[in-house]
Design a protein around this ligand. Structure first.
Ligand SMILES: Nc1nc2c(ncn2[C@@H]2O[C@H](COP(=O)(O)OP(=O)(O)OP(=O)(O)O)[C@@H](O)[C@H]2O)c(=O)[nH]1
Length: 309
């Protein structure tokens, strides 16, 4: 089955994400590719959905930020799109207050490992907002930096509102934060999408045991598929031993004595087990920075007790 390409549009409130979305949709149509859009708004009413024409499949996640309150709903929406809609490329526009890595995390969910091909995060930065960033709180500043840091493509937008000197400074500062991303200077987010579409996919998840996020992304994903049974205590011990550069783990763990594999969630130090009510594939995804893939796979193999017949 051909995997569907996924792009995440990120960027702080008002930076120009919806403006960019319109260009992206037009460019996809010009290439005869059918887009689908998933939009997330903090409020309970969507304001931007008018940007999407009626012939494009769209789902909306309202009243919450993808990253915290409704990540389960996001997965349900992704399932719904896969089952009910025909499309080639999925664009996820996140709320300006979202951390993009949390969204990548859902795309990399074990549920979708063989359906989606993650192509990258496109972050829009408002040059004027950036210039005046000292007015923002430390946590907002942190979020803006994170959105820039994790992008594969940076749209340095609203250049019309900056002098040439300021533009130079802006690009320099963006590159200080992320020198791996491609940076485009734009007015009204007008960028050649051909360049972005033709870039290599960021994460390949073929064969489940092989997942590498592209050379220029600091995040990595490792995927393991359990083949035998897992002892709960051994697994907890394994989790405790992992480095704190692991931000996220998620998957279905075939615990000894349980009918179905249990759903395991871990984010920023907090582990959580949930009973599943059906048999999911026992894929387990680990996302972080500076991970040793071989150590992770070997240590998981060591607690994966495959029954000998
Ligand atoms: N001057 C100027 N205005 C721009 C530019 N790009 C976008 N805008 C305007 O900035 C405003 C916000 O743009 P949007 O595309 O709605 O931004 P957004 O990131 O989707 O906003 P949220 O959904 O609130 O996060 C709109 O009024 C745009 O017309 C630009 O390059 N220059």
């Amino acid at each position: 089955m051909v995997k569907k390409e996924v792009y995440i549009l990120s960027g702080f409130l008002g930076s120009g994400k919806t403006t960019l979305l319109k260009h992206v949709l037009q460019a996809l149509k010009d290439e005869n590719k059918k887009p689908a859009v998933l939009m997330n708004e903090l409020g309970s009413v969507s304001i931007d959905s008018d940007a999407v024409e009626e012939d494009t499949s769209m789902r909306e996640l309202l009243d919450g930020c993808i990253c915290c309150t409704i990540s389960d709903k996001l997965e349900a929406q992704l399932q719904d799109l896969l089952v009910n809609e025909q499309f080639d490329v999925l664009i996820i526009e996140t709320t300006g207050a979202a951390h993009p890595v949390e969204v990548v995390d859902s795309i990399l969910s074990p549920l979708f490992a063989d359906r989606f091909e993650f192509k990258g995060i496109i972050t829009v930065v408002d040059g004027k907002q950036w210039k005046e960033r000292s007015q923002f709180s430390p946590s907002v500043l942190h979020l803006m930096r994170e959105q820039i840091r994790h992008a594969q493509f940076i749209i340095a937008n609203k250049m019309d509102l900056l002098t040439e000197m300021e533009q130079g400074m802006f690009i320099y500062e963006l590159q200080q934060l992320n020198n791996r991303a491609k940076v485009y200077m734009t007015n009204y987010a007008k960028v050649s999408m051909k360049d972005i579409f033709s870039a290599a996919p960021e994460i390949e998840m073929e064969g489940y045991d092989k997942a590498s996020i592209g050379k220029h992304l600091s995040l990595q994903a490792v995927v393991y598929t359990f083949k035998g049974e897992i002892d709960g205590e051994e697994f907890e011990e394994w989790v405790r031993k992992q480095p704190d550069t692991i931000y996220r783990m998620k998957g279905y763990i075939p615990l000894k004595g349980k009918k179905y594999p249990a759903m395991f969630q871990y984010s920023y130090g907090m582990p959580l087990f949930m009973q599943a009510d059906m048999k999911y594939k026992t894929n387990f995804v680990i996302i972080g920075e500076e991970l040793s893939k071989s150590d992770i796979l070997q240590s998981l193999q060591a607690i994966d007790h495959i029954q000998k017949k």
